[in-house]
Design a protein around this ligand. Structure first.
Ligand code: C5P
Length: 229
């Protein structure tokens, strides 16, 4: 299996996040830090999680004018973050600025949030099939220098066929068979996301809120290897 698992450390407590990094860091590809943790602990939490030997995916979804994004990315580069996100809808120049400032970190462009249904997307001006917008934004982002695309598992196979094979495809909206989709809308299972051709699956609550988090990681890794639903 070539796909990796990235775990979203969506927690309020930095000590808990570091101890979870220690517990599961060796079994997964990366640990994802988003605004929930970053706004409470700042750059220090990235240093500490990296100190546990884990690779860090910084998911702040930058979306601003190109100069502001460039300066923000310059601030995270020296910390050794391996991946970070921008919104593809920030446009070509913003994505290129992020890439130019990224150093060794990989730029992942978020297309349409996995929490949005077709109705939600329509409300913000995306009329027609969501998949068409995801594809347009993905092509734009890849052409502007993004290393990869963040999309729903439901969109992976379409993008796989439409983009070059080096383009990373990263999918949140992953739910193990039988678990709640929470506020995610365009979801699928680990097995299906892998079969569709995703490079990395991002999973948060099904692991972070589990009673036995290591067992939840093992279960998802096992599902990623099966031919099941
Ligand atoms: O708990 P859950 O598995 O839904 O967490 C998914 C994670 O992926 C969250 O940290 C969320 O911010 C992030 N994410 C997402 N959809 C995107 C991009 C990132 O859910 N399009």
């Amino acid at each position: 299996m070539k796909a990796g698992l990235m775990v979203a450390l969506d927690l309020d407590d930095g000590e808990e996040a570091v101890s979870l990094a220690r517990e599961i860091g060796g079994s997964v590809t990366a640990l994802k830090v988003g605004p929930q943790l970053f706004l409470r602990y700042g750059l220090d939490i990235i240093r500490r999680i990296r100190g546990e030997g884990a690779e860090v995916f910084l998911d702040l979804k930058f979306h601003d004018i190109p100069n502001t994004v460039r300066k923000a990315v310059e601030g995270v580069g020296p910390l050794g973050v391996s991946w970070f996100t921008v919104h593809a809808s920030g446009g070509r120049d913003m994505i290129t600025a992020a890439k130019e400032a990224a150093g060794d970190a990989k730029v992942l462009a978020v297309t349409i949030l996995t929490s949005l249904t077709a109705d939600h997307a329509h409300d913000i001006g995306f009329t027609g099939p969501i998949g068409d917008h995801v594809l347009r934004l993905a092509r734009l982002a890849r052409g502007a220098g993004a290393d990869g695309i963040v999309c729903s598992p439901l969109e992976v196979s379409g993008l796989r066929g439409a983009l070059d094979e080096d383009c990373l495809l990263v999918t949140p909206g992953v739910r193990p068979a039988g678990s709640s989709s929470d506020d995610q809308a365009r979801v699928s299972t680990p097995a299906r996301a892998v079969r569709a051709g995703a490079d990395f699956l991002v999973v948060g609550r099904p692991i972070v809120l589990a009673e036995d988090r290591m067992a939840a990681v093992d279960r998802i890794l096992a599902e990623m290897r099966t031919d099941g639903p």
